[in-house]
Design a protein around this ligand. Structure first.
Ligand code: SF4
Ligand code: SF4
Length: 300
Protein backbone atom coordinates (compact mmCIF):
# COMPACT_ATOMS: atom_id res chain seq x y z
CA UNK A 1 0.00 0.00 0.00
CA UNK A 2 1.48 3.37 -0.91
CA UNK A 3 1.70 6.19 1.61
CA UNK A 4 -1.16 8.08 -0.07
CA UNK A 5 -3.51 5.13 0.34
CA UNK A 6 -2.40 4.68 3.96
CA UNK A 7 -3.12 8.32 4.65
CA UNK A 8 -6.44 8.05 2.85
CA UNK A 9 -7.37 5.16 5.16
CA UNK A 10 -6.27 7.01 8.26
CA UNK A 11 -8.03 10.24 7.29
CA UNK A 12 -11.23 8.48 6.29
CA UNK A 13 -11.50 6.74 9.69
CA UNK A 14 -12.81 9.70 11.69
CA UNK A 15 -15.23 10.50 8.87
CA UNK A 16 -16.52 6.91 8.96
CA UNK A 17 -16.98 7.05 12.71
CA UNK A 18 -18.97 10.27 12.41
CA UNK A 19 -21.19 9.07 9.58
CA UNK A 20 -21.67 5.64 11.18
CA UNK A 21 -22.76 7.26 14.38
CA UNK A 22 -25.34 9.11 12.34
CA UNK A 23 -26.43 5.82 10.82
CA UNK A 24 -25.36 6.99 7.37
CA UNK A 25 -22.33 4.84 6.63
CA UNK A 26 -23.66 3.67 3.27
CA UNK A 27 -23.99 7.29 2.17
CA UNK A 28 -20.38 7.89 3.10
CA UNK A 29 -19.27 4.94 0.95
CA UNK A 30 -21.31 6.19 -2.00
CA UNK A 31 -19.77 9.62 -1.57
CA UNK A 32 -16.23 8.25 -1.33
CA UNK A 33 -16.53 6.35 -4.63
CA UNK A 34 -18.62 8.98 -6.33
CA UNK A 35 -17.31 10.81 -9.39
CA UNK A 36 -18.93 13.95 -8.01
CA UNK A 37 -16.30 13.81 -5.28
CA UNK A 38 -13.41 12.47 -7.38
CA UNK A 39 -14.00 14.89 -10.25
CA UNK A 40 -14.32 17.85 -7.97
CA UNK A 41 -11.89 20.72 -8.37
CA UNK A 42 -10.59 20.40 -4.82
CA UNK A 43 -9.77 16.67 -5.17
CA UNK A 44 -7.60 17.49 -8.20
CA UNK A 45 -5.34 19.88 -6.27
CA UNK A 46 -1.86 19.12 -4.95
CA UNK A 47 -2.59 18.98 -1.22
CA UNK A 48 -5.57 16.57 -1.30
CA UNK A 49 -3.61 14.40 -3.74
CA UNK A 50 -0.63 14.34 -1.40
CA UNK A 51 -2.86 13.38 1.52
CA UNK A 52 -5.25 10.98 -0.20
CA UNK A 53 -3.24 9.61 -3.12
CA UNK A 54 -4.24 9.78 -6.79
CA UNK A 55 -7.96 10.09 -7.50
CA UNK A 56 -7.75 7.55 -10.36
CA UNK A 57 -5.45 4.67 -11.40
CA UNK A 58 -5.36 3.26 -14.88
CA UNK A 59 -7.11 0.03 -15.79
CA UNK A 60 -4.93 -3.05 -16.28
CA UNK A 61 -7.65 -5.00 -18.11
CA UNK A 62 -8.92 -2.62 -20.80
CA UNK A 63 -7.11 -0.97 -23.68
CA UNK A 64 -8.05 1.21 -26.64
CA UNK A 65 -6.37 0.84 -30.03
CA UNK A 66 -6.57 4.03 -32.09
CA UNK A 67 -5.96 2.37 -35.43
CA UNK A 68 -6.54 5.46 -37.58
CA UNK A 69 -7.08 9.20 -37.27
CA UNK A 70 -9.10 9.36 -40.51
CA UNK A 71 -12.71 10.28 -39.96
CA UNK A 72 -15.68 10.99 -42.21
CA UNK A 73 -17.07 13.46 -39.65
CA UNK A 74 -15.55 16.60 -38.19
CA UNK A 75 -17.18 16.89 -34.80
CA UNK A 76 -16.57 19.99 -32.72
CA UNK A 77 -14.35 19.24 -29.70
CA UNK A 78 -13.24 15.86 -31.10
CA UNK A 79 -10.85 14.49 -28.49
CA UNK A 80 -8.71 12.88 -31.20
CA UNK A 81 -8.45 16.25 -33.03
CA UNK A 82 -9.89 14.74 -36.22
CA UNK A 83 -11.61 18.04 -36.97
CA UNK A 84 -8.96 20.37 -35.59
CA UNK A 85 -5.91 18.58 -37.03
CA UNK A 86 -7.13 16.17 -39.75
CA UNK A 87 -4.74 13.38 -40.58
CA UNK A 88 -4.48 9.99 -42.27
CA UNK A 89 -2.00 8.59 -39.74
CA UNK A 90 -2.80 4.98 -38.92
CA UNK A 91 -1.47 1.84 -37.27
CA UNK A 92 -0.23 -0.91 -39.56
CA UNK A 93 -0.87 -4.65 -39.38
CA UNK A 94 2.64 -5.33 -38.02
CA UNK A 95 1.95 -3.04 -35.07
CA UNK A 96 -1.20 -5.02 -34.23
CA UNK A 97 0.82 -8.24 -34.47
CA UNK A 98 3.37 -6.75 -32.10
CA UNK A 99 0.66 -5.74 -29.63
CA UNK A 100 -0.66 -9.32 -29.65
CA UNK A 101 2.85 -10.75 -29.24
CA UNK A 102 3.55 -8.48 -26.27
CA UNK A 103 0.19 -9.28 -24.66
CA UNK A 104 0.95 -13.01 -24.88
CA UNK A 105 4.53 -12.68 -23.65
CA UNK A 106 3.47 -10.55 -20.68
CA UNK A 107 0.44 -12.74 -19.90
CA UNK A 108 -1.93 -9.80 -19.90
CA UNK A 109 -5.51 -10.83 -19.29
CA UNK A 110 -7.38 -8.26 -21.32
CA UNK A 111 -11.07 -8.10 -20.56
CA UNK A 112 -11.78 -5.52 -23.25
CA UNK A 113 -9.91 -4.40 -26.35
CA UNK A 114 -11.67 -1.47 -28.02
CA UNK A 115 -10.80 -0.56 -31.59
CA UNK A 116 -11.43 3.01 -32.54
CA UNK A 117 -9.91 6.18 -33.95
CA UNK A 118 -10.92 8.32 -35.88
CA UNK A 119 -13.41 6.12 -37.66
CA UNK A 120 -11.90 2.61 -37.58
CA UNK A 121 -14.00 1.29 -40.49
CA UNK A 122 -12.00 3.64 -42.77
CA UNK A 123 -8.79 1.72 -42.08
CA UNK A 124 -8.02 -0.17 -45.30
CA UNK A 125 -6.77 -3.24 -43.35
CA UNK A 126 -9.52 -3.34 -40.74
CA UNK A 127 -10.72 -6.87 -41.59
CA UNK A 128 -7.17 -8.23 -41.38
CA UNK A 129 -6.65 -6.48 -38.05
CA UNK A 130 -9.89 -7.96 -36.70
CA UNK A 131 -9.01 -11.46 -37.87
CA UNK A 132 -5.66 -11.23 -36.02
CA UNK A 133 -7.47 -10.18 -32.85
CA UNK A 134 -10.05 -12.95 -33.24
CA UNK A 135 -7.23 -15.51 -33.57
CA UNK A 136 -5.66 -14.07 -30.42
CA UNK A 137 -8.99 -14.44 -28.61
CA UNK A 138 -9.46 -18.04 -29.81
CA UNK A 139 -6.02 -19.29 -28.91
CA UNK A 140 -4.74 -17.10 -26.08
CA UNK A 141 -7.41 -14.98 -24.43
CA UNK A 142 -10.86 -16.61 -24.51
CA UNK A 143 -12.46 -14.09 -22.16
CA UNK A 144 -11.56 -10.92 -24.03
CA UNK A 145 -14.32 -8.74 -25.48
CA UNK A 146 -13.26 -7.16 -28.75
CA UNK A 147 -15.28 -4.05 -29.43
CA UNK A 148 -15.36 -1.96 -32.60
CA UNK A 149 -16.49 1.62 -31.93
CA UNK A 150 -17.96 3.36 -34.96
CA UNK A 151 -19.82 6.57 -35.68
CA UNK A 152 -22.07 4.55 -38.04
CA UNK A 153 -22.21 7.49 -40.43
CA UNK A 154 -22.69 7.04 -44.18
CA UNK A 155 -22.91 4.23 -46.71
CA UNK A 156 -19.16 3.49 -46.81
CA UNK A 157 -19.12 2.84 -43.07
CA UNK A 158 -22.36 0.81 -43.29
CA UNK A 159 -20.85 -1.33 -46.03
CA UNK A 160 -17.80 -2.18 -43.88
CA UNK A 161 -19.98 -2.80 -40.82
CA UNK A 162 -21.97 -5.39 -42.79
CA UNK A 163 -18.74 -7.44 -43.15
CA UNK A 164 -17.66 -7.41 -39.50
CA UNK A 165 -17.39 -10.96 -38.06
CA UNK A 166 -19.91 -11.84 -35.36
CA UNK A 167 -17.10 -12.40 -32.78
CA UNK A 168 -16.73 -8.61 -32.70
CA UNK A 169 -19.05 -6.46 -30.60
CA UNK A 170 -20.06 -3.29 -32.47
CA UNK A 171 -20.67 -0.09 -30.50
CA UNK A 172 -22.39 2.28 -32.89
CA UNK A 173 -22.85 5.88 -31.74
CA UNK A 174 -24.94 6.55 -34.91
CA UNK A 175 -23.78 10.12 -35.39
CA UNK A 176 -25.54 12.07 -38.11
CA UNK A 177 -23.69 15.38 -38.08
CA UNK A 178 -20.66 17.24 -36.74
CA UNK A 179 -22.69 18.69 -33.90
CA UNK A 180 -22.56 16.23 -31.05
CA UNK A 181 -22.51 17.14 -27.40
CA UNK A 182 -18.91 16.61 -26.31
CA UNK A 183 -16.89 17.77 -23.33
CA UNK A 184 -14.67 20.79 -23.83
CA UNK A 185 -11.57 18.80 -24.68
CA UNK A 186 -9.63 21.80 -26.01
CA UNK A 187 -9.94 23.79 -22.79
CA UNK A 188 -6.50 23.20 -21.28
CA UNK A 189 -6.51 23.30 -17.46
CA UNK A 190 -3.12 24.98 -17.57
CA UNK A 191 -4.77 28.01 -19.19
CA UNK A 192 -6.89 28.52 -16.09
CA UNK A 193 -5.68 30.04 -12.85
CA UNK A 194 -7.94 27.57 -11.05
CA UNK A 195 -5.60 24.73 -12.01
CA UNK A 196 -2.27 26.40 -11.18
CA UNK A 197 -1.99 24.13 -8.13
CA UNK A 198 -3.47 21.00 -9.62
CA UNK A 199 -1.64 17.69 -9.45
CA UNK A 200 -2.03 16.29 -12.94
CA UNK A 201 -0.80 12.86 -11.96
CA UNK A 202 -4.40 12.30 -10.80
CA UNK A 203 -5.62 11.56 -14.33
CA UNK A 204 -9.35 11.40 -14.92
CA UNK A 205 -12.07 8.74 -15.01
CA UNK A 206 -11.10 7.81 -18.59
CA UNK A 207 -8.00 5.92 -17.42
CA UNK A 208 -10.26 3.72 -15.29
CA UNK A 209 -13.09 3.19 -17.78
CA UNK A 210 -11.09 2.94 -21.01
CA UNK A 211 -7.58 2.06 -19.86
CA UNK A 212 -4.38 2.93 -21.70
CA UNK A 213 -4.24 3.61 -25.41
CA UNK A 214 -2.07 2.31 -28.24
CA UNK A 215 -1.48 4.52 -31.29
CA UNK A 216 1.00 4.37 -34.20
CA UNK A 217 3.46 5.99 -31.77
CA UNK A 218 3.20 3.63 -28.83
CA UNK A 219 1.38 3.20 -25.54
CA UNK A 220 -0.14 6.11 -23.63
CA UNK A 221 -1.87 6.54 -20.27
CA UNK A 222 -5.05 6.90 -22.38
CA UNK A 223 -5.77 7.06 -26.10
CA UNK A 224 -6.70 10.74 -25.72
CA UNK A 225 -3.12 11.42 -24.57
CA UNK A 226 -1.86 9.68 -27.70
CA UNK A 227 -3.85 12.07 -29.83
CA UNK A 228 -2.54 15.05 -27.85
CA UNK A 229 0.99 13.83 -28.54
CA UNK A 230 0.42 13.73 -32.30
CA UNK A 231 -0.43 17.46 -32.18
CA UNK A 232 2.16 18.67 -29.65
CA UNK A 233 4.99 16.29 -30.59
CA UNK A 234 6.41 15.36 -27.17
CA UNK A 235 7.09 11.93 -28.64
CA UNK A 236 6.83 10.10 -25.32
CA UNK A 237 4.75 7.08 -26.32
CA UNK A 238 6.04 3.91 -24.62
CA UNK A 239 7.44 1.50 -27.21
CA UNK A 240 6.73 -1.51 -24.99
CA UNK A 241 3.52 -2.65 -23.32
CA UNK A 242 3.64 -1.04 -19.86
CA UNK A 243 4.06 -3.47 -16.99
CA UNK A 244 1.33 -3.84 -14.35
CA UNK A 245 3.25 -1.72 -11.83
CA UNK A 246 3.54 1.21 -14.27
CA UNK A 247 0.92 3.87 -13.48
CA UNK A 248 2.23 6.00 -16.38
CA UNK A 249 2.31 9.00 -14.08
CA UNK A 250 5.05 10.72 -16.10
CA UNK A 251 2.66 10.86 -19.07
CA UNK A 252 -0.32 11.97 -16.97
CA UNK A 253 1.73 14.94 -15.75
CA UNK A 254 2.45 16.01 -19.33
CA UNK A 255 -0.91 15.38 -21.00
CA UNK A 256 -3.56 16.08 -18.35
CA UNK A 257 -2.59 19.75 -17.99
CA UNK A 258 -3.54 20.10 -21.67
CA UNK A 259 -6.70 18.03 -21.62
CA UNK A 260 -10.16 19.42 -20.97
CA UNK A 261 -11.32 16.08 -19.60
CA UNK A 262 -9.27 16.77 -16.50
CA UNK A 263 -11.83 19.38 -15.48
CA UNK A 264 -14.59 17.17 -16.68
CA UNK A 265 -18.07 17.46 -15.32
CA UNK A 266 -19.73 16.20 -18.43
CA UNK A 267 -23.22 17.26 -17.46
CA UNK A 268 -22.15 20.88 -17.18
CA UNK A 269 -19.45 21.17 -19.82
CA UNK A 270 -20.86 19.33 -22.85
CA UNK A 271 -21.29 21.58 -25.83
CA UNK A 272 -22.07 21.40 -29.55
CA UNK A 273 -19.94 24.40 -30.53
CA UNK A 274 -16.18 24.82 -30.62
CA UNK A 275 -14.42 25.82 -27.39
CA UNK A 276 -10.65 26.33 -27.40
CA UNK A 277 -8.22 27.85 -24.92
CA UNK A 278 -5.04 29.72 -26.00
CA UNK A 279 -2.63 26.79 -25.63
CA UNK A 280 -4.67 24.73 -28.08
CA UNK A 281 -5.17 27.58 -30.54
CA UNK A 282 -1.41 28.00 -30.71
CA UNK A 283 -0.78 24.25 -30.95
CA UNK A 284 -3.08 23.84 -33.96
CA UNK A 285 -1.50 26.85 -35.72
CA UNK A 286 1.93 25.26 -35.22
CA UNK A 287 0.61 21.86 -36.34
CA UNK A 288 -0.70 23.37 -39.58
CA UNK A 289 2.71 24.92 -40.24
CA UNK A 290 4.81 21.87 -39.39
CA UNK A 291 3.49 18.52 -38.27
CA UNK A 292 5.49 16.92 -35.47
CA UNK A 293 7.41 13.83 -36.44
CA UNK A 294 6.99 11.06 -33.85
CA UNK A 295 8.88 7.78 -33.55
CA UNK A 296 6.86 4.69 -34.37
CA UNK A 297 5.80 1.76 -32.21
CA UNK A 298 7.64 -1.00 -34.05
CA UNK A 299 9.64 -4.16 -33.65
CA UNK A 300 13.32 -3.60 -32.91
S1 SF4 B 1 -16.87 10.80 -35.24
FE1 SF4 B 1 -15.54 10.62 -33.45
S2 SF4 B 1 -13.45 10.59 -34.25
FE2 SF4 B 1 -14.79 11.38 -35.86
S3 SF4 B 1 -14.69 13.60 -35.66
FE3 SF4 B 1 -16.49 12.86 -34.50
S4 SF4 B 1 -15.71 12.57 -32.42
FE4 SF4 B 1 -13.92 12.70 -33.75
S1 SF4 C 1 -5.03 13.05 -20.83
FE1 SF4 C 1 -7.16 13.69 -20.58
S2 SF4 C 1 -8.36 11.82 -20.86
FE2 SF4 C 1 -6.27 11.20 -20.44
S3 SF4 C 1 -6.17 10.92 -18.22
FE3 SF4 C 1 -5.52 13.00 -18.63
S4 SF4 C 1 -7.36 14.22 -18.39
FE4 SF4 C 1 -8.00 12.09 -18.67
Amino acid sequence: MNSGLKTNKILSRPMKVITKSLGKNRYYNQFKDDRFYNDSWIRAQKLPTKLLGPRYRRSRSSIELDITYRCNLKCFNCNRSCRQAPSTEQMNVEQIQMFIKESKEKNVNWETIRILGGEPTLHPDLLEILSLLIEYKKHSSAGVRIVLCTNGHGSKVANVLSKIPTDIVIENSMKTSDENGFSQFNKAPRDSILYKNADFSNGCFIIVGCGPGLTPYGYYCCAVAGSIDRVFGFDIGRKELPSADDDMVDQLRVFCELCGHYRRRSWTTRTTSEVMSPTWKEAYIKYKRVRPSLSLYSSK
